[in-house]
Design a protein around this ligand. Structure first.
Ligand code: 3PY
Ligand code: MG
Length: 256
């Protein structure tokens, strides 16, 4: 039987991946997303409420469902990127990568020598992958992915340099911050025409460089639109809003 495709294999091989977004730091909610059909779930340590303990438990819960394990780190916290890899992350999203220097710092934390400076001890990650440690070492630099968030004019200007850093596997666009910074703080317009135009151009340049393009989507229509623009990884569906909306709908359906 062929080996099941890794997340890296899917994203580099042209498969579209839609990831759920876990902000609430409740491992069983991440698991429920997996059981509901999301083949990938991203745990958010930037704006979400996750910490190391909740990620540890949510990755184990996701492993029960066979869903891919992704996480976003806080701004500039590259030590946490290494730590999340050690406890089983298959892909890390780093926010506000605005320069080549930012990208180098991120890549160094993500990759073992000779590409980077990641320190050794991925026992839990290997366990969740069903790998022996030597196999993890052999595959990790290729199969654990580093996506640099592009969400400012500085990042757009530095895109080619960021994409050229060895160990940076691709980008992940944050349309809210992108719209906010493009407008100099005057407006938030993640679905607006200018944000959409810039996001499409970022996908084009990233794919031309042979790297993976990911983006956060505010609506399901945006998932399809961004896929058509060339994106490989689309984030859509946040536990917090899904639960809020479902609770609201359930209560409203009661006729008293
Ligand atoms: C943004 O839209 O700025 C994001 O970071 C999405 O999470
Ligand atoms: Mg952002």
């Amino acid at each position: 039987m062929p080996e099941p495709k890794t997340l890296a294999g899917k994203l580099r091989g042209g498969d579209a991946v839609v990831t759920g977004w876990s902000a609430l730091a409740v491992p069983i909610l991440a698991e429920l997303m997996g059981r509901a059909g999301y083949r990938a779930v991203t745990l958010d340590l930037q704006h979400g409420m996750h910490d190391i303990a909740s990620v540890r438990d949510a990755f184990a819960s996701l492993a029960l469902t066979g869903s891919h394990r992704l996480a976003r780190i806080p701004v500039g916290d590259f030590g946490t990127a290494s730590r999340l890899l050690d406890i089983g992350a298959e892909l890390i999203i780093a926010p506000m990568i605005n320069s080549k220097a930012d990208a180098i710092g991120f890549a160094e934390a993500m990759k073992y020598p000779p590409v980077g400076k990641r320190s050794w001890a991925p026992h839990r990650a290997a366990m969740l992958n069903g790998q022996a440690l030597p196999d993890y070492l052999r595959t990790a630099n290729d199969e654990t992915l580093a996506l640099a968030m592009i969400e400012t004019p500085d990042a757009i200007a530095a895109l080619d340099d960021i994409l050229a850093v060895p160990g940076i596997d691709g980008i992940f666009v944050g349309p809210s911050d992108l719209s906010l910074t493009l407008a100099g703080g005057a407006a938030l317009d993640p679905n607006g025409a200018e944000t959409t135009r810039v996001a499409a151009e970022l996908a084009r340049r990233t794919k031309a460089a042979g790297k993976i393009a990911g983006i956060f989507c505010m609506t399901s229509e945006k998932v399809a639109e961004n896929r058509s623009a060339g994106y490989d990884l689309m984030a859509y569906g946040m536990d917090l809003m899904l639960f809020r909306d479902a609770a609201g709908a359930a209560r409203a359906a009661c006729d008293i």
